[in-house]
Ligand binder design. Structure first.
Ligand SMILES: Nc1ncnc2c1ncn2[C@@H]1O[C@H](COP(=O)(O)OP(=O)(O)O)[C@@H](O)[C@H]1O
Ligand SMILES: [Mg+2]
Length: 233
């Protein structure tokens, strides 16, 4: 496994006989974080829900032990953190890989249901993920584990919750089974959270999907699917 992402290079390595994932920061990490943080605030202004950006120190704290412990308390599992420094972060390797890949290769939609439950639990506890792509959820059998915690925010804001829902949906919009996956995510979310999927989350989904999609034809077809069922109109 080797991923070159925006902010980090992620590789599978072996330390003391244990498989681990090493996430090495690239020199451009802060610049890319800056772009994401300001895109978050800019979209909030354009959609008339002004939201303050995260700070760089919050991003570092979010990945640490304290936040992982908080998440465990509210019933959300994360990979075991083995070490963290300015240069890299090392965590336990989760065998099933991310759920976007699993769903793309025919994996059970229960994985999307579990991601919905995790998002709902987090919102009930007064936090949001902000970057809630399916690629940030990992599969261990039928259970789902959450990684990439950097952009988490302690807030109950309608915009931030809609960003979580919109970014998850946008990340799976290029899959053929989008309708089934979105319904499963929705059902999982509603089993934990009081609030419905808002119209704003569908607007955010449509804005983000153009950037996330690997197949614009499938994304466009899915965008035209009736969104009303999701927002309960
Ligand atoms: N602990 C892990 N076990 C297995 N795969 C992982 C793990 N952490 C990350 N990955 C894989 O690496 C990808 C990128 O990791 P992530 O932490 O999301 O980095 P980035 O901040 O660059 O998005 C994930 O989408 C997933 O496929
Ligand atoms: Mg990620």
């Amino acid at each position: 496994m080797y991923f070159v992402n925006w902010q980090r290079e992620v590789s599978l390595e072996e330390r003391n006989g244990q498989k681990v994932v090493v996430k090495r920061n690239k020199p451009t990490k802060q610049f890319h974080e800056f772009l994401i943080i300001y895109a978050y605030s800019l979209i909030s202004l354009l959609l008339f829900h002004p939201s303050t950006p995260l700070t760089f120190s919050e991003i570092i704290r979010n990945e640490g032990c304290e936040m992982r412990k908080n998440l465990r308390k509210i019933g959300i599992s994360t990979p075991m953190l083995l070490s963290m420094s300015d240069a890299d972060l090392i965590e336990e390797y989760i065998e099933g890989g991310d759920i976007y890949r699993a769903l793309a290769s025919g994996g059970d939609v229960v994985l999307a249901y579990e991601a919905g439950c995790i998002t709902g639990k987090l919102h009930q506890a007064g936090y949001t993920f902000v970057d809630n792509k399916a690629q940030n959820y990992l599969a261990r059998g039928e259970s789902v584990i959450r990684t990439d915690l950097g952009f988490m925010k302690k807030t109950n804001s309608h915009y931030s919750k809609s960003m979580d829902i919109g970014s998850f949906l946008a990340s799976v919009m290029d899959l053929d089974r989008y309708g089934e996956i979105a319904k499963s995510f929705h059902d999982g979310y509603r089993s934990e959270a009081d609030s419905k999927f808002s119209y704003l989350s569908i607007v955010i989904r449509n804005v983000l999907s153009t950037g996330f999609s690997s197949s614009s034809k499938t994304t466009l077809r899915n965008m035209l699917l009736d969104s009303r069922r999701l927002i309960g109109l």
